[in-house]
Write a protein that binds this ligand. Structure first.
Ligand SMILES: [Zn+2]
Length: 429
């Protein structure tokens, strides 16, 4: 395949139409109109050009749960969603807590080639919450790990959390915390409130998230290190993060697409497709999360793509696994929740879904501007399209999308990774 592409008439960041010339993996120019010999042309009238999306929070499930997802299928799903880089969470089997495992995942990502895969290292050995993993060895490995998380579990021991924050300062790493006070969420199933009471399910109080976030902001400030808060889900959490940022502390945060759009009222029919950790909350929480993302208190959107096979999900609510898929719908949900509501423009979407997650993940060569000389990692998006979400058509090996059957705007038409198309006409190349 030729390595020169001319994208005609796309609108960079939703602005005025321009031609984008891609050559040798780089954006050669924007606004050029002559077609170089041998260039392949893509008609992109009306499509929005965005920098390749970056996900800080993806569960690829390999190694160990290849029945749910593999690096191959998960990165296909990512490319189809417009992503050119994902961070693969550490709660695999074996856990990504050594240089050997993170290098294995990094290599699988390179072999698949659909997007860059950056392994997240576990904070504690085996996610056991008692001893620090080999953070330095993972940082020094070929995978160059900079983000560490026990995601799925909270680093609830304050002393371990402090040590982890201290340790990663040496190589400018960041601890990404899954904020869930374990005692306050013992047996918890659904947001603590009217709906959990009505359904007779054990409630998951907002304070279980907020207490950990407040503690960790104080710890990060105390040791002068970098904290990233995973999947913020409550209005109170947004307030605490706003306060911590106001102090100038090194705290960043993400919100998932599903927490921007869905509430716990969906659980009324006990369908476990809506069971997720942290749980879906209320309309008031959604309003606060959207406002926080719009004003920059919440830095970015991260999918928390959490594939599960049917047998783990289609059971009674109490025994079903927590989690939802999200890579292939993320941009569409963000359009619905943030753009079509007037809260963010497309430049804002590029900032929250590409530039800022790349900065938080310490990624060079991702999240760049759409400008001459930059790596040609970008996505072409049709914001005027609209259709019903059908998980059966998704590349993800799992089908547990809470958006199934919903009518959503938008369609990812093409994705380029350093000048090579990974998706054309909405299909994997
Ligand atoms: Zn989590």
């Amino acid at each position: 395949m030729t390595d020169t592409w001319l994208i005609r008439g796309a609108r960079p960041l939703g602005g005025e139409p321009a031609d984008i010339l891609i050559r040798d993996g780089l954006i050669d120019g924007i606004g050029a109109t002559t077609r170089p010999a041998g260039a392949q042309v893509i008609g992109a009238d009306g499509l929005i050009a965005l920098p390749g999306l970056v996900d800080l929070h993806t569960h690829l499930r390999e190694p160990g749960r290849e029945d749910a997802e593999t690096v191959e299928t998960g990165t296909q799903a990512a490319a189809l969603g417009g992503f050119t880089a994902v961070h693969a969470m550490a709660n695999t089997d074996p856990v990504a807590d050594t240089a050997g495992v993170v290098e294995q995942i990094w290599r699988l990502g390179r072999q698949a080639g659909h997007c860059d895969v950056h392994p997240v290292g576990a904070v504690t050995l085996g996610l056991g919450g008692t001893r620090l993993a080999e953070l330095g060895a993972m940082a020094d490995s070929a995978a160059r790990v900079r983000v560490f998380s026990d995601d799925g579990k909270c680093v609830s021991d304050a002393v371990l959390m402090r040590r982890a924050l201290e340790y990663v300062k040496a190589f400018d790493g960041v601890i990404a915390q899954h904020a869930q006070e374990p005692r306050l969420t013992d047996g918890a199933q659904l947001n603590e409130g009217e709906m959990s009471a009505r359904l007779g399910l054990t409630g998951w109080p907002a304070v279980a998230e907020e207490a950990i976030i407040a503690r960790d902001c104080l710890l990060a400030a105390h040791v002068g290190s970098a904290l990233h808060v995973c999947h913020v889900s409550t209005a109170g959490s947004v307030e605490i993060i706003r306060w911590a940022k106001g102090k100038g502390w090194r705290v960043t945060a993400e919100v998932t697409p599903h927490h921007l759009l869905l509430t716990d009222s969906l659980a009324a029919g006990y369908d476990p497709v809506y069971k997720v950790n942290p749980p879906l909350r209320t309309d008031a929480d959604i309003a606060a999360l959207r406002a926080g993302l719009a004003d920059g208190t919440i830095d970015c959107v991260a999918t928390d793509h959490a594939p599960h096979p049917v047998e783990d999900k289609e059971t009674e609510w109490d025994t079903a696994a927590f989690g939802m898929t999200g890579l292939e719908t993320a941009l569409r949900v963000v359009q619905q929740a943030m753009v079509d509501t007037g809260l963010l423009d497309w430049a804002g979407v590029a900032d929250r879904m590409s530039r800022r997650p790349a900065v938080i993940g310490r990624l060079a060569g991702a999240g760049g501007e759409l400008a001459a000389g930059q790596p040609a990692s970008l996505t072409l998006y049709d914001a005027a399209a609209r259709d019903t979400v059908q998980p059966a058509t998704h590349a993800s090996r799992s089908r547990n999308s809470p958006f199934a059957g919903m009518d959503l705007p938008g369609r990812v038409v093409a994705t380029f990774l350093r000048g090579t198309p990974t998706v054309l006409d909405g299909k994997i190349t």
